[in-house]
Design a protein around this ligand. Structure first.
Ligand SMILES: O=C(O)C1=C[C@@H](OP(=O)(O)O)[C@@H](O)[C@H](O)C1
Ligand SMILES: C=C(OP(=O)(O)O)C(=O)O
Length: 465
């Protein structure tokens, strides 16, 4: 149940989804047992944990829960009018011990690897499998089956892997159009590659670097603008050096990963929703604690700052090679429009929906440049934002790959209008933030928040009480 009202207090949002996926995957690849704490019990991360189990890693959860138990617990109300859950809810975090397959490699799974809604799981898994002689059918839910996989398959096939979609081998010239479900076959003789990715994508980069660390020879990767760098930061913890040479990332192959302990900081992308809600709701002040402050992930704070929002950061310590600290945001009565640089789009990609919501309350026309990649996420997020802002009486539209928001400093007051996030967790949370900030909108199916943040409604309620 989300009401209108000020949000006040501290919040510890779940662990960083990107870092959690990487920690689980590298632990699975490693020799020995890794301990990973602060894992979010979100659907996406559980999908990765289940996938590495199917491939032969041993995953045990510290405490009374098991992976299966975490997955079965829900505690997520189906719509924003339902009461917040208490009993039976998933814990916000768990600690896993992962015994990796190390030098023996992954085993051929006896069932399809179901990545659910998680693009990161599907794409990084392919990189993990590429240097091994195993075959797996990789699939996902309806949303994931519509998302492009060729961007990852292309470099991995250049390294020696092969893919077939719908039973027949995919033609190399058609790889860019590839979609799940697909049969992925790794190669024991995978070789390093020099790859210039036409898009900035941490998922593509990570798949190539993970494969490259075990392939023969050198792998070198470049992308147009920097994407999040968690893989480059974490690989050295597991014993694999990553160098930067003339703007390219370089990894020497033939390495063995060794087990490491990782502490996952809270997810700055999840914190962004409460921070935005605080900026938009009169009388609010929220502090998100223990949050990852990786510069490639908190660029959204610069964008909020350019809009005049009252946000501040306090750095504390580094965890898992990542900086960590707290972020505070307070109600800001007058916001101004912003124009984001095209080179920034990879760094703010998951926060654009909620940034656009903030821009819709600003005075003036905001432009988010080169954000066309949002069409390839869990839903077409550009269409979703334009639809949501339309319900609030704000003109927003796509201009090529740019998103334009014509803010008038207010939203229209009308009877509550229904908004369907189309199963997209970030659109659902953006709409719930709008509602908390007084917008006349009801969110039709908010249960999809469990993809990244199962306790979102509960935490929102607590900040409002
Ligand atoms: O590598 C990652 O963990 C992610 C990278 C981004 O996707 P792309 O790399 O496909 O842009 C991001 O949108 C996603 O939420 C997580
Ligand atoms: C795009 C996202 O994740 P993924 O690509 O892993 O599905 C997201 O969490 O916003």
């Amino acid at each position: 149940m989300v009401r209108k009202g000020p949000l006040r207090g501290c919040v510890r949002v779940p662990g960083d989804k990107s870092i959690a996926h990487r920690a689980l995957l590298m632990a699975a690849m490693a020799e020995g047992t890794s301990r990973i704490e602060g894992l979010p019990a979100s659907d996406d991360v559980l999908a990765t944990a289940r996938a590495i189990e199917s491939l032969g890693a041993r995953v045990s959860v510290e405490g009374p829960s098991s992976l299966a138990d975490l997955g079965h617990r829900s505690g997520v109300p189906c719509d924003d009018a339902a009461p917040a859950p208490s009993a039976g809810a998933r814990p916000p975090a768990f600690t896993a011990l992962v015994e990796g397959w190390g030098a023996s490699g992954p085993r051929t799974p006896d069932a399809p690897l179901d990545c659910g809604n998680s693009g990161t799981t599907a794409r990084l898994l392919m990189g993990v499998l590429a240097p091994w002689p195993v075959e797996a059918l990789i699939t996902g839910d309806d949303s994931l089956r519509r998302r492009p996989m060729g961007r990852v398959a292309s470099p991995l096939c250049a390294m020696g892997a092969s893919v077939s979609a719908s039973g027949s081998a995919a033609r190399v010239d058609r790889l860019p159009e590839l979609f799940l479900p697909l049969r992925f076959k790794g190669a024991s003789s995978a070789k390093g590659v020099t790859w210039d990715s036409p898009i900035s994508s941490a998922q593509v980069k990570s798949a190539v670097l993970l494969a490259g660390s075990l392939a023969g020879g050198t792998t070198s990767f470049s992308e147009p603008a920097p994407s999040r760098d968690h893989t480059e930061r974490m690989l050295p913890l597991f014993g694999v050096e990553v160098r930067t040479v003339g703007g390219r990332l370089v990894v020497e192959g033939g390495r063995r990963l060794r087990a490491a302990d990782v502490s996952v900081p809270a997810d700055p992308s999840s914190a962004a929703f409460f921070l935005a809600a605080a900026v938009l709701s009169e009388g609010s002040r929220v502090r998100a604690q223990g949050v990852g402050l990786n510069p490639g992930r908190i660029a959204y704070l610069d964008v909020l700052g350019c809009m005049g929002a009252r946000v501040s950061v306090r750095a504390a310590l580094a965890s898992a090679a990542e900086p960590v600290g707290s972020i505070e945001a307070a109600f800001t009565p007058s916001l101004v429009s912003v124009e984001t640089d095209p080179g920034l789009s990879a760094s703010i990609i998951d926060e654009v929906p909620v940034l656009a919501l903030v821009a819709s309350k600003a005075l003036g026309t905001s432009v988010f440049r080169s954000v066309g990649e949002l069409r390839n996420k869990e839903s077409d997020r550009l269409a979703g934002i334009v639809g949501l802002l339309g319900l609030l009486g704000v003109v927003a539209y796509e201009e090529g790959d740019d998103l334009v928001v014509e803010g008038r400093g207010r939203w229209s007051a009308s009877d509550a209008r229904p908004f369907s996030p189309e199963g997209d967790h970030r659109l659902a949370m953006t709409a719930l933030v709008a509602k908390a900030a007084g917008a006349s909108v009801s969110v039709l199916d908010a249960a999809c928040v469990k993809v990244s943040y199962p306790g979102f409604l509960t935490d929102m309620e607590r900040l409002m009480s």
